[in-house]
Design a protein around this ligand. Structure first.
Ligand code: PMP
Length: 279
C-alpha cells in the first residue's frame, strides 16, 4: 500500500493531516475511487474528468493538473505493487484557521492512497444482494463527489442493521440511486435508470454499463421510475466501482427471480471488457 499527502509519499499509517485541514473540519473537499485490475487503473481518465467536474462545482482549484495527478497515481501504483487495488484520491481546500468562508492564498491538499481492493464475495455475486428503500434526505447537488458523506454513512449503517447490502434513495416515490451505487431495473428486456441530473452521482460504472448495453443492442432508458415500477421489474442490479455489476435479490419485501439473464450477460461482458482493457 502507498500514500501520498500534499507533495510527497508518506508511510501509509503516518499522521500527516493538519488539525485544520478543511476536509475534516467542513467536509470541504472532493474525492474519487478508482479500481485497479492487473495493476492497471480502470477508467482512470473518466474518474479524473469527474474529479475536475467536482472541483469546478465547488470553486476548488486543484493543487495539481489532471496530468500531474494521473502521474502521481501511476507512481503510487508502481510503489504499491498491488495488482488488485483501489486508488483513493482526495482534494481538500487546504489547511487554515477554522472559518467557514474560503481561505485566501491557501493551496488545496491532494491525497492519493493505494489500498487492497474491497471486493464482493463470489457467493454474493451469485445470490444477489438484498437492498432496502430509504427516503432521500441529501442536498440537491449529489453529482458533486464531495466529502460530505454523513447521510450516505447513516443510510449504509441502516441498511447493515436490516441485513441489506445497500440503501436506495427514493424521492417522492421515484427511485434514484444507492448510498454508494447506482441502480438499474430491467423490464421486458429494456434497461432503466435515473437520468444524469444534478441530484445523483453520475457513476462512472453507470455510464460504462449503459454503453456496454447499447453495444449489445439493448434498449436503455434514462428515466425517472417509481418504486412500484422497480418492484414490478424482472431484474435489478447495482453498479459501482467496487461492486461492478451486482444483482439485487430483494428490494424491501419484493423478491426477484434467481434467473437473471440480462444481469448475468452484462456482468460477463463487464468482466470481459475489464480483461481486454487491463491485460
Ligand atoms: N452513487 C453514489 C452516491 C456513490 O457514492 C457511488 C460510488 N462512488 C456511485 C453512485 C457509483 O459511482 P461509480 O460507479 O463512479 O463508483
Amino acid at each position: 500500500e502507498t500514500a501520498y499527502y500534499e507533495d510527497r509519499f508518506v508511510e501509509p499509517g503516518a499522521r500527516v493531516v493538519p488539525l485544520e485541514d478543511r476536509g475534516h473540519q467542513f467536509g470541504d473537499g472532493i474525492y474519487e475511487v478508482i479500481r485497479v485490475y492487473n495493476g492497471v487503473p480502470f477508467l482512470l481518465d473518466e474518474h479524473l474528468a469527474r474529479l475536475l467536474v467536482s472541483a469546478d462545482a465547488i470553486d476548488l482549484e486543484l493543487p495539481y493538473s489532471i496530468a500531474e495527478i494521473r502521474a502521481i497515481c501511476e507512481k503510487s501504483l508502481e510503489r504499491a505493487q498491488l495488482p488488485d487495488a483501489e486508488i483513493y484520491i482526495q482534494v481538500t481546500r487546504g489547511s487554515s484557521p477554522r472559518a467557514h468562508a474560503f481561505p485566501e492564498n491557501v493551496r488545496g491538499i491532494l491525497m492519493v492512497a493505494v489500498k487492497h481492493a474491497r471486493t464482493v464475495s463470489e457467493e454474493k455475486r451469485q445470490s444477489g444482494v438484498p437492498v432496502m428503500s430509504i427516503e432521500e434526505n441529501r442536498w440537491k447537488f449529489c453529482y458533486i463527489k464531495s466529502l460530505n458523506l454523513l447521510p450516505n454513512v447513516l443510510a449504509k449503517e441502516k441498511a447493515k442493521n436490516y441485513q441489506c447490502h445497500e440503501a436506495v434513495y427514493v424521492d417522492e416515490g421515484i427511485v434514484k440511486e444507492g448510498s454508494s451505487s447506482n441502480i438499474f431495473a430491467v423490464k421486458d428486456g429494456v434497461m432503466y435508470t435515473y437520468p444524469p441530473e444534478p441530484s445523483i452521482l453520475h457513476g462512472i460504472s453507470r455510464q460504462f454499463v449503459i454503453d456496454l448495453a447499447l453495444r449489445l443492442g439493448m434498449e436503455v432508458k434514462e428515466e425517472k421510475k417509481s418504486l412500484s415500477f422497480f418492484k414490478s421489474a424482472d431484474e435489478l442490479f447495482l453498479t459501482s466501482t467496487t461492486m461492478e455489476i451486482l444483482a439485487v435479490s430483494s428490494f424491501d419485501d419484493t423478491d426477484y427471480s434467481e434467473r437473471r439473464p440480462i444481469t448475468r450477460k452484462l456482468a460477463a461482458e463487464f468482466r470481459a471488457e475489464v480483461e481486454r482493457r487491463t491485460t
